[in-house]
Every structure is written in structure tokens, then in C-alpha cells.
Ligand binder design. Structure first.
Ligand code: HEC
Ligand code: HEC
Ligand code: HEC
Ligand code: HEC
Ligand code: HEC
Ligand code: HEC
Ligand code: HEC
Length: 371
């Protein structure tokens, strides 16, 4: 009874906070202006979290950033001052003109700017369609062309107001075709987070996120699935990377969404959420027979006809700990089932589906078929 009451109260508090956030965003100019001036988190979807967020100097806590940070943040990668350039900075002549664009960008839309390098350019991670660099498997997967409706992952679009502007309206208030743009999820100027990932609703408040790279992996190998692992310390010191998915998919996790009556029988598939007090482990279902820790540890039989799915590892802040197979610390999260950008399968699933949802992947944790 107590549990029920508190779950209901939590729901109410959360609803109110999200609604308030919504109201701030209904008056976009005022809300946006305030965020720009003070860097406060009014309008952030993360306000209702169980931890006080956004108060710390997250930049200091973060490991050294990857590309587009500090010394590798080359203004001329993306900006041109007078929409005209006769030669490059090394003095080589190749005249180029651009269309004058807001923020002096080299392309009219940020998505085209990013894709001018991130598609089909050897030596730059290729995030669209086939991989010009021939990695074994890109950790984030891949998108389809801009403005194409892609049933296998996120749809890229043009003319979108990026984070933290009116992105709520992509899905609400009569939205017809929700889409995303690179700078919703990635900070174009680097934020010292792995992949420069950010909260779309409050970029400056983003805590360090636990994408961990195999020591020694360099160059584009850093972005191989096999060299990427995921950890969380369950606090702002380090959050599971899927904490940034909540900014848009804010009704998919949290106990009040996935197990409203708190009886342990889920109504939505659980997905690790340390901010809203709803972590999980594969072994949590062993007692009542919903999951099989032994099957997960064993790594063979039903479900394992596809590679072991990614998990988020509780307590892991380095690559070695984040690859330790242990059902008591391994949790299921969005990236256990989905590629962040998209994949060759429906819904951007990380394992191959042919037609329908097969035991592949699912049975690694559930062992329903029996092996
Ligand atoms: C001039 C070419 C160029 C442009 C334009 C460009 N990038 Fe990059 N990007 C690179 C290169 C080169 C790397 C680094 C590859 C490596 O680490 O070897 C990179 C790496 C990245 C990474 C991985 C960072 C890491 O190390 O974790 C992200 C994320 C990224 N870019 C996003 C973007 C976004 C978003 C845009 C558009 C706002 C963009 N890039 C525009 C060249 C470019
Ligand atoms: C990877 C691409 C990329 C690089 C490199 C880059 N910028 Fe930007 N910059 C952008 C994008 C995209 C925007 C527009 C952001 C938006 O619409 O919210 C922008 C916007 C800006 C703005 C406008 C205010 C803002 O932040 O929205 C300034 C000022 C700026 N950049 C300066 C710089 C300087 C100085 C450098 C070099 C130290 C630099 N940028 C490097 C992509 C880049
Ligand atoms: C800036 C907002 C935003 C963020 C952040 C975001 N998404 Fe989405 N997502 C969308 C929108 C809008 C759609 C619906 C249109 C589409 O498919 O792009 C969507 C659709 C999806 C789909 C369905 C794709 C399909 O083909 O049906 C999946 C799966 C998904 N998101 C997973 C994720 C995961 C995992 C994360 C975190 C890594 C994430 N999203 C972060 C906005 C977002
Ligand atoms: C990727 C799509 C997507 C984005 C982006 C998104 N929402 Fe939602 N939102 C939903 C869905 C789906 C629901 C549940 C069904 C509904 O009520 O429409 C929901 C529900 C809500 C609710 C009802 C209360 C609740 O939590 O159930 C509020 C308020 C809300 N959203 C506000 C926002 C605000 C504010 C933003 C931007 C900061 C935002 N949403 C961004 C998809 C989205
Ligand atoms: C919905 C959020 C979202 C959007 C939109 C998005 N990314 Fe990403 N991106 C991610 C996440 C999350 C990762 C890390 C995924 C992982 O390692 O599992 C990532 C990884 C990357 C990487 C590293 C390569 C890799 O395979 O891990 C690059 C480069 C990158 N993104 C560039 C881009 C560019 C360019 C765009 C726009 C064309 C874009 N992203 C749009 C969420 C997003
Ligand atoms: C256990 C695997 C699993 C996990 C974990 C998971 N998903 Fe999904 N998701 C699926 C499958 C499978 C589908 C396809 C619909 C179906 O068959 O249920 C789907 C569909 C979706 C869709 C499309 C819904 C639509 O209306 O078309 C979105 C968006 C999405 N997932 C986002 C997320 C996000 C964000 C997370 C993390 C908070 C997440 N998923 C966690 C397996 C998962
Ligand atoms: C990485 C591990 C993992 C994967 C992969 C996974 N699940 Fe789960 N699943 C869990 C965990 C953990 C729970 C929570 C178990 C509990 O609390 O009883 C759960 C719960 C469930 C439940 C609800 C059980 C309950 O009563 O709470 C169903 C149904 C389910 N999963 C189906 C699926 C399907 C279908 C897939 C494939 C699309 C899938 N799962 C993939 C780990 C996983």
C-alpha cells in the first residue's frame, strides 16, 4: 500500500514537473532566452530526477574528450567567415564559395554540415549507410538519407531547431513527422563527454556518460562495437549513456512508467535508469523465473545465435569492468536492443530480424526456448 501510494505521488510530481517544463517551452522565446543567459535547467526533462542534477562542474569530472574538443575543435572544420575561401590554411589554392548561412556554417543545415565529413569520407567515422571505412560493426550503427522515413532507426531531418530549442514539438503539439538532427544529441563544440553526447533538453547540465573504450584502441577502431562498453556509477559522477535518450523518450523508463503499481511485474520492458531510481540486473528476475542468470553467464544456446548483446554494468567506470559478464551487475538498457543511430533491422534492433521478432537477443537473458 505504502509502495503504491509513493509510486502514485512520484507520478504526480513527475507529471507536474514535466508539465511545467512543457509550459516553459510553450513560450519558446522566453524559455530559450533564459536558458541561454543563465545556463539554468528550466525546461529540462531531467528536473524530476531522484538526484539533484546539473549543479556540478561536469566538465572537470569528465575524462578528456574525443574529437571536436579543445585542440581538435578546429573552427574552420565547420565555419567560414565570409562565405568565400580562395585557398586553405596551408596555402594550397582551391577556390570555394559558400551560401551565407546563420552562424557562418559551411552548409545551410547543420545535418548537411556534419554529413559533409561523416558520410563517405575516408578516415572520418561514417554514420550513414554503407561504411566507407569498413569497420566490422559501427558501435552506433548507421542512418538512412536525410528526410527519408527510415523504419530501421532514427530519421534525420533538415530545418529542425536543435537542442535545447523547441525540440519537444517534434513529437507534441500536432507534430506530423518527428525527426532528429546530429546536434540534438552531440555537442558541436565538444563537451568532454564520450562522443560529445548531451542532454537535448539541457546541454550544459549533461553529466559524464559511461561509454568506455578499450584501452589501446586508436583512430576509427575506437568506434567498433567490440571496443565499446557501457558503465554507470548510478550518480552524476557517471551515468549510463542512455540517460540522454530520456530527453525525448521520456515515458519509456522509470518505475512509474514501466511498473506503475510497483509489484515487480513490468508493463513496459525495463531499461536501466539510475536517475529515476529504476536500475535493473539480469539476475533480478531469477527468483520468479522471468530471467536466467546462468544462461546469460553461459553464453551459449537459445538467443546466442547472435553476438552477446551490450549491457550496462553497474559500478563500472573502466572498460575492463564494463566487459565483466555477471548477471548481478549486468543490466538491460536501450542499447541492449537498439543501435543509437539505426541498423539494418526494423526499429534499429542490434540483432538481425527477418520478418518478425525472434528469440535472438531476447533469449540471452530470458531462455524461453530452453537450450
Ligand atoms: C571537417 C570534417 C568534419 C566535420 C564537418 C564534422 N566532423 Fe565530426 N569528426 C571528424 C573527424 C576527423 C573525427 C575524428 C575521427 C577519429 O577520432 O579518428 C570526428 C569525430 C566525431 C565524433 C566522435 C568524437 C569522439 O572522439 O568521441 C562525433 C560525435 C562527431 N565527430 C560529430 C560531429 C557532428 C555532430 C558534426 C556536425 C556538427 C561533425 N562531427 C562535423 C570530422 C568532422
Ligand atoms: C563540428 C562543427 C563545428 C566546429 C568545429 C565549430 N563549430 Fe561553432 N557551431 C557549429 C554549429 C553546428 C553551430 C550552430 C549551433 C546551433 O544552431 O545551435 C555553431 C555555432 C557557433 C557559434 C554561435 C553560438 C552557438 O554556440 O550556437 C559560435 C560563436 C561558434 N559556433 C564559434 C565557434 C568557434 C570559435 C569554433 C572554433 C573554436 C567553432 N565554433 C567550431 C559547429 C561547429
Ligand atoms: C532529440 C530527441 C531524441 C533523442 C535524444 C533520442 N531519440 Fe529516439 N527518436 C526520436 C524521434 C523524434 C523518433 C521518431 C522518428 C524517428 O524514427 O526518428 C525516435 C525514434 C526512435 C526509435 C524507433 C526507430 C524506428 O525505426 O522505428 C528508436 C529505437 C529510438 N528512437 C531509440 C533511441 C535511443 C536508444 C536513444 C538514445 C541513445 C534515443 N532514441 C534518443 C527522438 C530522439
Ligand atoms: C520522441 C518523442 C517525444 C519528445 C521529443 C518529447 N516527448 Fe513528451 N511525450 C511523448 C510521448 C510518447 C508521451 C506519452 C503519450 C502522450 O501523452 O502524448 C509524452 C508525454 C508527455 C507529457 C505528459 C506527461 C507524461 O510524462 O506522461 C508531457 C507533459 C510531455 N510529454 C512533455 C514533453 C516536453 C516538455 C518535451 C521536451 C522537453 C517532450 N515532452 C519531448 C513523446 C515525446
Ligand atoms: C538520437 C541521438 C543521436 C543523433 C540524432 C545522432 N547521434 Fe551520433 N551517436 C549517438 C550515440 C548515443 C552514440 C554512441 C553509441 C554507442 O557507442 O553505442 C553516437 C555515436 C556517434 C559517433 C561515433 C561513431 C560510432 O559508431 O559510435 C559519431 C561519429 C556520431 N555519433 C556522429 C553523428 C552525426 C554526424 C550525426 C548526424 C548525422 C549523429 N551522430 C546523430 C546519438 C546520436
Ligand atoms: C529488451 C529490448 C529493448 C529495450 C531494452 C528497449 N527497446 Fe525499444 N524496442 C524494442 C523492440 C523489439 C521494439 C519494436 C516494437 C516491439 O516489437 O515491441 C522497440 C521499439 C522502440 C521504439 C519505437 C516505438 C514505436 O512506436 O514504433 C522506440 C522509440 C524505442 N523502442 C526506444 C527505446 C528506448 C529509448 C529504450 C531505452 C529507454 C528502449 N527502446 C529499450 C526493444 C527494446
Ligand atoms: C540484456 C538482458 C535482456 C534482454 C536482451 C531482454 N530482456 Fe526482457 N527483461 C530483462 C530483465 C532484467 C527484466 C526484468 C525481470 C524481472 O524483474 O522480473 C526483463 C523483463 C521482461 C519481461 C517482463 C517480465 C516481468 O514480469 O517483469 C518480458 C515480457 C521481457 N523481458 C521480454 C523480452 C523480450 C521479448 C526481449 C527481446 C526483444 C527481451 N525481453 C530482451 C532483461 C532482458
Amino acid at each position: 500500500m505504502l509502495h503504491l501510494a509513493s509510486a502514485a505521488a512520484q507520478r504526480l510530481v513527475r507529471f507536474t514537473l514535466v508539465l511545467l517544463a512543457g509550459l516553459v517551452l510553450l513560450a519558446p522565446d522566453a524559455g530559450a532566452q533564459r536558458r541561454r543567459d543563465s545556463g539554468n535547467n528550466s525546461g529540462s526533462i531531467h528536473r524530476g530526477g531522484s538526484m539533484p542534477l546539473g549543479g556540478m562542474n561536469t566538465k572537470q569530472a569528465k575524462a578528456s574528450g574525443g574529437y571536436h574538443n579543445d585542440g581538435s575543435l578546429l573552427c574552420g572544420d565547420c565555419h567560414v567567415m565570409h562565405a568565400s575561401q580562395q585557398h586553405d590554411y596551408a596555402g594550397n589554392w582551391h577556390p570555394q564559395t559558400y551560401t551565407p548561412t546563420e552562424n557562418l556554417l559551411k552548409s545551410q543545415d547543420p545535418v548537411d554540415l556534419c554529413l559533409s565529413c561523416h558520410d563517405n569520407m575516408y578516415g572520418v567515422p561514417d554514420v550513414l549507410g554503407n561504411d566507407v571505412n569498413s569497420l566490422s560493426e559501427r558501435s552506433a550503427g548507421f542512418f538512412d538519407l536525410v528526410d527519408v522515413s527510415n523504419p530501421r532507426g532514427h530519421d534525420l531531418g533538415r530545418n529542425l531547431l536543435p537542442a535545447p530549442w523547441e525540440y519537444c514539438g517534434r513529437c507534441h503539439w500536432g507534430a506530423t513527422q518527428p525527426k532528429v538532427t546530429c546536434i540534438d544529441c552531440h555537442n558541436p563544440h565538444g563537451n568532454h563527454n564520450p562522443r560529445n553526447l548531451q542532454w537535448a533538453s539541457y546541454p550544459e547540465g549533461t553529466p559524464p556518460l559511461g561509454i568506455l573504450t578499450r584501452p589501446g584502441a586508436t583512430g576509427l577502431d575506437k568506434f567498433e562495437r567490440d571496443n565499446t562498453a557501457y558503465g554507470t556509477l548510478d550518480s552524476d559522477v557517471l551515468r549510463e549513456p542512455t540517460n540522454m535518450c530520456l530527453d525525448c523518450h521520456h515515458v519509456f523508463t522509470g518505475e512509474w512508467n514501466n511498473d506503475p503499481d510497483g509489484n515487480g511485474i513490468h508493463s513496459l520492458h525495463p531499461s536501466y535508469d539510475s536517475e529515476r531510481g529504476d536500475p535493473n540486473s539480469i539476475s533480478q528476475g531469477v527468483a520468479n523465473g522471468t530471467t536466467s542468470g546462468v544462461h546469460w553467464s553461459g553464453g551459449t544456446g537459445s538467443g546466442f545465435d547472435t553476438a552477446r548483446v551490450p549491457v550496462v554494468v553497474r559500478g563500472a567506470a573502466d572498460f575492463a569492468s564494463a566487459t565483466f559478464v555477471d548477471p548481478t551487475t549486468n543490466g538491460v538498457f536501450c542499447l541492449s536492443c537498439h543501435k543509437a543511430h539505426g541498423s539494418a533491422s526494423a526499429f534499429g534492433l542490434i540483432w538481425q530480424v527477418q520478418g518478425d521478432l525472434t528469440p535472438r537477443g531476447c533469449d540471452q537473458c530470458h531462455d524461453r526456448v530452453g537450450s
